[in-house]
Design a binder for this molecule. Structure first.
Ligand code: ABV
Length: 236
């Protein structure tokens, strides 16, 4: 997979070169390009924003640098790749990102993330981008960030670890929260008693069938208490 990121703060993404995803990059499983939007400006001040038509608070990102950036990154996709890129704009007005979204996007050949700042990006950029690839406006949740950078980092981590070869043990992927629609069961390690707190007896029994059903009950009970919205009969 190739991932391109466009941002006015490219150094935000230095952390992606570390750890898990860093190894995937070195192994050639994941190609990552981080780009400064200002490289597609041509004025002396490298201007990326301007005042909103119709008035209102804050600044809006100008369409021209975005158009040139998307043209270049989508074109680089075309010769060696069969498909058009999936172009993702983090936005509090977008569809909510879930594990299912991460799974879906982990199968794509080329992702382009456009990180907006200020009060947003000129709306025509989203319309234009739809001619170059599939456009997705995606929100991490119902809260507002200062820009798309942190949301993009979270999405790249969630997507990247689903690409075969990125996470060492594939079983650790299927057992975790959200992969089966329930929260994870509780985990324990040695010592068996710590500060007068004992590990549940069932986990020391060696009876794998009983352990499996206990863990499933724990998953259901936790999900009911903490995240009832995830259960099928929830009205929310
Ligand atoms: C993108 N807040 S995604 C740009 N939750 C600006 C703010 C923002 C995003 C999110």
């Amino acid at each position: 997979m190739r991932i391109d990121v466009v941002s006015i703060f490219p150094s935000y993404f230095d952390g992606l070169t570390l750890s898990l995803l860093g190894r995937a990059r070195s192994a050639g499983i994941l190609e990552l390009g981080v780009h400064d939007l200002r490289d597609w400006t041509s004025d002396r001040h490298r201007t990326v924003d301007d005042t909103p038509y119709g008035g209102g608070a804050g600044m809006v990102m100008k369409p021209e640098p975005w158009g040139l950036a998307l043209d270049e990154l989508a074109a680089a996709s075309a010769p060696d790749r069969q498909t058009r890129p999936t172009i993702i704009f983090p936005s509090p007005a977008g569809e909510v990102f879930t594990q299912a979204t991460a799974r879906e996007l982990s199968t794509r050949d080329h992702l382009v993330f456009g990180c907006g700042r200020y009060e947003g990006i000129d709306e025509r950029v989203f319309e234009y981008a739809a001619a170059l690839g599939e456009v997705r406006l995606i929100s991490l949740g119902d809260y507002v960030l200062n820009g798309g950078e942190v949301a993009t980092m979270a999405m790249i981590e969630a997507i990247g670890r689903l690409i075969p070869g990125v996470v060492g043990n594939p079983e650790s992927l299927v057992e975790e929260s959200h992969e089966d629609g329930l929260l994870e069961y509780p985990s324990y390690t040695k010592p068996s008693v710590w500060r007068e707190r004992a590990v549940p007896d069932v986990l020391l029994s060696g009876n794998h069938a009983v352990i499996a059903s206990w863990r499933r009950e724990q998953q259901i009970e936790r999900t009911r208490r903490r995240r009832p919205d995830l259960l099928p009969d929830d009205e929310g």
